[in-house]
Design a protein around this ligand. Structure first.
Ligand code: 4FD
Length: 275
């Protein structure tokens, strides 16, 4: 079982947020454990000080090193991976989340705005992770994002074992649009194929729609996907199917105007497929 210890000045932020939804169920079901620890338990002065001003001046406060170090030492052991959430880290991806889900023990350090002393990073931190190019008032939301993203790769956390593999990014594609009852709503019909009951046909349709949505919304991801598809195509030399991009264009052409509209794919054109 993966054990995660979070070191934070705001432990309630962590315990509160992980107790809901699939994550909360996973904790109850002992599929993983998340515990928050505050350096404040090691503060000995009258005001239980846990932060200090940076040498040389500047914005923000720095987490006090001695109390932070004691918190790290309390939870760390030889199989721990110590992660520091910071805007300077490498940006979290689903692949990284999958990798972290395989760990035995994670220690997530949440700095407040201003961060932590560089010498703590040098001595204790194995990896710096950022959740994106923006600054937050503390690392807690970052830690929660990491925990949520990796938990989906722990077997049993999602309803179906393979759900995470079918989701966005598993094939490097965005998720296709989804629909539920009623069949006609807000003047728009659910695409006919989804009502056909033909699972093979539906699976193929979903992948192609995913590819089209990715082409439209995230051309940067589409380029990577297309390169991989072309590689597979070359390796298999599938005689019956056209080149992946041509195939996709044909599929888009065959969509009905109503389906294109409800899927948000009406403004693609022949030009979009000249890659
Ligand atoms: N983009 C992120 C992580 C933490 C954070 C902090 C230095 C500020 C954004 C170190 C400055 C930590 C992120 C706390 N903001 N704020 O992942």
């Amino acid at each position: 079982m993966l054990k995660i210890d979070v070191i934070t000045l705001f432990p309630e932020m962590i315990q509160g947020a992980v107790s809901h939804g699939v994550l909360g169920q996973a904790l109850k079901g002992d599929l993983l454990s998340v515990q928050a620890h505050t350096p404040r338990e090691f503060a000995t002065d009258k005001h239980r000080t846990v932060d200090d001003r940076p040498f040389g001046g500047g914005d923000g406060m720095i987490m006090l090193s001695e109390t932070l170090e004691k918190s790290i030492q309390k939870v760390q052991h030889k199989n721990s991976k110590v992660i520091y959430l910071s805007p300077q880290g490498s940006v979290l991806t689903d692949d990284k989340a999958r990798e972290l889900s395989q760990a035995e023990h994670l220690v997530l350090i949440c700095g407040r705005y201003g961060g932590i002393d560089q010498r703590i990073i040098n001595t204790y931190v194995d990896e710096e992770i950022s959740i994106g190019d923006y600054v937050l008032s503390g690392g807690e939301l970052g830690a929660l994002v990491v925990i949520d993203a990796l938990s989906r790769f722990i077997p049993g956390v999602l309803g179906h074992v393979d759900s995470a593999d079918k989701d966005s990014f598993s094939e490097g594609l965005l998720e296709h649009p989804n629909f539920t009852r009623p069949r006609e709503y807000l003047g728009q019909d659910v695409p006919e194929v989804l009502l056909s009951g033909n699972h093979k046909l539906i699976a193929d349709w979903k992948e192609k729609v995913s590819a089209l949505v990715t082409l439209k919304k995230r051309p940067d991801l589409f380029i990577i996907y297309l390169a991989e598809e072309r590689e597979k195509y070359r390796a298999l030399k599938k005689k019956k199917t056209a080149e992946p991009l041509k195939e996709l264009f044909k599929f888009w052409q065959q969509l009905s105007p109503q389906d294109r509209e409800v899927l948000g794919l009406e403004d693609l054109n022949e030009e979009s497929f000249n890659g």
